[in-house]
Design a protein. Structure first.
Length: 343
């Protein structure tokens, strides 16, 4: 079974509220209808009520079970303006600038998330990546164990021998262009944490490079080697059960025979389910290449390192992609003890 049906079952037992800043987008409406039909919780659609109703009627989508909010007309608008002004006071924001920001549905949705008026958020369907991410990074605090906020992509394959029953986690594919070893260590731990939450498997993290356990001191390999050691130390400090190895080539991370041939003998070798890339260039290219050529389903970007779950989806996403991303962040909002009975 691919990952999304498993997540649907969990959300049916523990329904969640997902806020969509671009409530009038047809793909959002289609995904929200699925959310209600499958009894996974309550979608919250932001936008002009008349436009949302008109688009829904044109698509023959029933809005029953969905909450529609026009940010500037809501009773929370003024309190949100004051809250955002307070948050950004040190940056010199004015009352007028704060008001203009909160008029933006992405900012309003993020403030809903920060105030527990929504359990998770899915934005970016009609916005550039930076526009969708900026409110999250300005408003939502980082996790106490993370110094870096980043993102991951989840790819789902028919071939169940890959990753976690066909599911792979790629990071970072959308936030930090040139991560330092310290940032890569953070990315490895936060990505592995999401993988553990969604699959309940011990994550097997491959820190990728163009060589496997090389004697070369090339800067790009040294960076991954250092990041591997830092990630292991952080995992130990957090008492987080995870397997981390690097630097590894992709074939050694996936193919046990190749790993053996290259004398890579860790628990990660040939069995990786989390891939950490040296930089955004390689990560972004890799996931899009695999998505297109292998025909794998892809879901994300899933934002990591923050205290609230959120996804920044691509403007090219389908309704299926939107729904999958919503299911992922929805399950992230479920306490792990409720999912598995243990931490």
């Amino acid at each position: 079974m691919s990952i999304v049906p498993k997540l649907i079952e969990r959300l049916q037992r523990h329904p969640k509220r997902i806020v969509f800043p671009e409530g009038a987008d047809p793909r959002i409406l289609q995904a929200a209808r699925q959310w209600v039909t499958r009894r996974m919780g309550a979608p919250i659609l932001l936008g002009d009520r008349a436009v949302i109703k008109s688009t829904a009627a044109r698509l023959d989508i029933n809005l029953q079970g969905m909450r529609v909010i026009e940010p500037e007309r809501s009773e929370d608008f003024e309190p949100f303006v004051k809250q955002f002004e307070q948050l950004r006071r040190e940056k010199g924001i004015s009352s007028v600038e704060a008001r203009d920001s909160v008029r933006d549905p992405n900012y309003y949705a993020t403030l809903m998330l920060a105030n527990s008026q929504a359990d998770a958020m899915v934005g970016g369907a009609t916005r550039t990546t930076s526009s969708a991410l900026r409110p999250l990074f300005q408003i939502i605090p980082r996790q106490s164990s993370a110094q870096t906020a980043s993102s991951l992509m989840i790819l789902d394959f028919d071939e169940k021998k890959i990753g976690s029953d066909g599911t792979l986690f790629f990071a970072d594919c959308g936030v930090i262009p040139e991560p330092t070893p310290e940032q890569l260590a953070d990315i490895a731990i936060t990505t592995a944490t999401v993988a553990r939450h969604l699959t309940n498997e011990i994550p097997r993290v491959a820190m990728l490079g163009w060589a496997s356990k090389s004697s070369s001191n090339h800067p790009s390999l040294l960076k991954m080697r250092t990041a591997t050691e830092l990630a292991r130390l952080r995992a130990k400090a957090l008492s987080f059960e995870v397997e981390i190895d690097g630097e590894l080539q992709v074939d050694a991370a996936f193919d046990p025979a190749v790993a053996e041939m290259k004398n890579v003998t860790s628990a990660v070798a040939g069995r990786a389910n989390v891939l950490i890339f040296p930089d955004l260039n390689s990560g972004n290219i890799a996931f899009k290449l695999v998505h297109i050529l292998a025909g794998a389903n892809s879901f994300g970007q899933i934002v990591t390192g923050l205290t609230r779950p959120a996804a920044e989806i691509s403007r090219g996403s389908s309704a299926h992609d939107v729904f999958g991303a919503a299911a992922i962040v929805g399950v992230q909002a479920i306490d792990r003890r409720l999912l598995y009975g243990t931490l």
